[in-house]
Design a binder for this molecule. Sequence first.
Ligand SMILES: Cc1cc2nc3c(=O)[nH]c(=O)nc-3n(C[C@H](O)[C@H](O)[C@H](O)COP(=O)(O)OP(=O)(O)OC[C@H]3O[C@@H](n4cnc5c(N)ncnc54)[C@H](O)[C@@H]3O)c2cc1C
Length: 436
Amino acid sequence: MGPHANQRHRPSLAVIGTGIAGLSAAYLLKDKFQVTLFESQARAGMGAQNVDYVSNGITRRIDIPLRIFCHGYYDNLLALYKHIGVEILTSDHSGIFSDETGRVILHYGNFRKGTARFSYPKGSNWLSPTAWTIGLQSKRFFVRAKRDMGRIDLTELSFGEYLQQSGAGREFVGTVLLPMMSVTCTCDYQAVRDYPADLMLEYLTCGVHELGIMSAAKGVDDIVPRMLVDVALRTNSPIALIEPEGEQLRVVTKAGAARHFDQVVIASQAHQAAAMLPGFDDRRALLGRIPFERSSMSVHTDQEILPAPVKGLSPVSYHIPRDASRAEVSVDLTKAIARLSGQETIFQTWNPMRRIAPNRELARVDFTRPTVTRDSRKAVIALRESQSRPGNRLWLCGSYMAEKIPLLEAAVDSSVTVAEHLGAAIPWKADAPAAA
Ligand SMILES: Cc1cc2nc3c(=O)[nH]c(=O)nc-3n(C[C@H](O)[C@H](O)[C@H](O)COP(=O)(O)OP(=O)(O)OC[C@H]3O[C@@H](n4cnc5c(N)ncnc54)[C@H](O)[C@@H]3O)c2cc1C
């Protein structure tokens, strides 16, 4: 008898949203349920914005956005990728930081020794007192952060308060730390400061700097099909409403088509989930406490965004105008991503503040992204409690639902939690039954 011979007897489950949270939830739950995935866009969400880039006679698919990860923080993501056979490569994300005039403030590269990575000042930066000051302040910050992680209760402090109390160096914070975390969390500097201190420090001290950055070798288009196994995918199907009906939940698309399911997992962002739940007042109120920020990203070949010509530029360029509320950050994809290395230079610029020549732009995409505050964290804890009550049929997952920075790891962490509640074995956890 095949593994799915009892398919008709499995209860039905709708998963709404096909970002990595929805895809991984569907993948983990497919053996227990008959899964239908609903996605509002024309393609599964993780790869919905991707574009083709043709240069030097080569066509390559470009992920928008490029997603990177590292050891030490992304345990569930790395275990999932290993389980479904995603190939992973290291990726150089060393950077150059310049001000509004194009003056280079800091330029560093990375080198590898064994499994560890080290940073060193590049080019004329060897001689810059500011670069040495920043280097020293950075060292002090990380030593203290690692010590504080185990010793003091950071949950009651915002990251901004922590920076102040710990005496973190002004040049390091303004030039490096806030710009880096504003692009990592794709939000304003103020939102970075508002994060709970422990969440920021957990990420910053996980080894991301020592162990290096990685990305999926073949991009998202290789990842998505690996999770779309034994599930029905309905694209162009935005869900407008979810409401209880008898023992089931009624799921209604914007076009008015209705279907009933035994269980529903909403894997959209929090504000999108709230809009689908007019009849669930408590959960809607909690979801309304999850803040989010908007930003955009341009994929282009306009080299004008680089700082004044510097030899051997590092792949990531931070443009940090005084008084700006967030950085503008460009990644040279041909330097950061091995599979693009034979092509002409192409950039992803997050938060473009300067003009990008329209004839050099391949795509411009708008995103929303949750952030975390001490209050939103309490709302998430209450949401998690509400869905662990017996008889619950409506589940929320997504990067905002884990006690982490809303990155890929948080999204997979949240789908693992939901799958465990629904009785699925997590293949990479010790107590999971061995594969047949
Ligand atoms: C610019 C940028 C760069 C990033 N870089 C990184 C990185 O390098 N590393 C990293 O770890 N993370 C990165 N992230 C964060 C990461 O992309 C997110 O954490 C992750 O995509 C969240 O996944 P998710 O499944 O929770 O939500 P989403 O990816 O937002 O997926 C939600 C899905 O639900 C769908 N949906 C919404 N409403 C409905 C509806 N009504 N009906 C049906 N479908 C609906 C949406 O179309 C979407 O496909 C980045 C984010 C941004 C914006």
